[in-house]
Design a protein around this ligand. Sequence first.
Ligand SMILES: *Cc1c(COP(=O)(O)O)cnc(C)c1O
Length: 392
Amino acid sequence: MNTIEKHDKYIMKSYGRLPLAVANGNGVNLTAEDGKKYIDFGSGIGTNSLGFCDDDWVKAVSEQLKTLQHNSNYYYNKPGADFAEKLCEITGYTNMFFSNSGAEANECAIKIARKYSFDKYGKGTGRQNIITLKGSFHGRTIATLSATGQEDFHNYFFPFLEGFIHVEPNNISDLNQKLDDSVCAVMLEYIQGEGGVCPLDIDFVNEVFKLCTMKDVLVIADEVQTGTGRTGKFLCGANYPKNGKKADITTLAKGLFGGLPGGVCMSGEKCAGVLTPGTHGSTYGGNPIVMAGGLVVLEKVSNPDFLDEVVKKGDYIREQLLQLDEIEKIDGLGLMLGITLKTKIAKDVMNAALEKGLLTLTAKEKLRLLPPLTIDYQSLDRGLSILAEVLQ
Ligand SMILES: *Cc1c(COP(=O)(O)O)cnc(C)c1O
C-alpha cells in the first residue's frame, strides 16, 4: 500500500484530503513522494510562518531536542521563560498560559472570562455568557464549536454548551441589543479566517471596545490565524485603532511556533491573576522544543522591517492578481488574502492549481492565500503565474 492508501485505510476520514503525499519541504518549495514539485501558498494553514525547515528554526529546535524534550509543568524550564518574556515585550501583554493548539488557547480564554466574572461579581449573578460573532471560527472542541458562530458546525454533537450568544458581525444595533448584564466577554476575530477572510469594520470594533469598557466586559481577540505577523502587524489588533485600547485577552497559535503544535492565551494585568493553581492545565503546554522553535519565530517576525515586507508582498500579490479579469475583489491584510472570483468556483481553482504545482486554500466561497511570511518575490511570481494560468 502506498501512503495515501494506508492513510485512508487506517486514519479516520474526518478530513477531505487532496491527493498529494508530501515528502519534504524547503522554504516555499515542497516535494511530493512521487517527486513532483510544488510552491506553497498555504503554509500548512498559516502555520509554517517561516516556510519549511528554516535554518535557524531547525537549529534551535534540534539543539533543544538534544538537551531536554519535556518536563512536566510541576517544574520550570528556560525555553518557556524566554519565549514568554519575548512575547510580552513584543505585544505589551503581561501574562500567558501555554496550550497545544488554537482551540485550547480559546478554551483557556473562555475559562478566564467566566472566572474573572465569577471572582469579581460572585456566583449566581448569571454573568457568564460570551458573545461571539456569526461567521466566526474558534475551534473544534465542544466549547469552541459552541462559540463558533456558524450553524454548519452545530450538528451531530448535541448537546452543545450554553452561554454563547451570536451577534451579526458589523451590526452595532445587534451588539447593543445582546450585550446585556448576562455577558462577561465578547470574543472576535478581527478578520474572520475560516469564515471567508472577512475583516471587521473599524467602527464595529471601536463600538465593541467602548461598550465592553463601560460594562467591564472582557474583549477576547482570537488571533490564532491573524496573529504572528500574518497581516503585517505582529498582532492584527494593531490595524484597528480602538482608541488605543487592547483586547483584554488575545489568543495565538497557528504561525506562532513555525509549524510545531502550540497555542498561547495572553492577558494584561486585569486578568493576570484569574487562573490560580489547579484551575487550568495542560500536560504538554509550554513544551521546551515547541518554545525553542517559537522563540526563533518571535525574533524574526517581530522585526519591523520583516513586518513591512509582509505588507509589501501582500500589496504585490493584490496588484498582480487584480489585473486578471476573473478576479472580483480581494479581502484581507498582509499575507492573509481572500479572493472573490467572478465565475469560477474556488475549490475548482484550488484543485487546478494543485495539478499545476501550486498549493492554495479556500475559505467559504473564496480562494484563500496564506503564503509563508518569508516568501521571496521570485517564488511569488512563480506561484502567481500558475494562478493566472488557472484563472485565464
Ligand atoms: C485555526 C483556528 C482555530 C483552531 O486552532 P486549532 O489549532 O486547529 O485548534 C481557532 N481560531 C481561529 C481563528 C483559527 O483560525
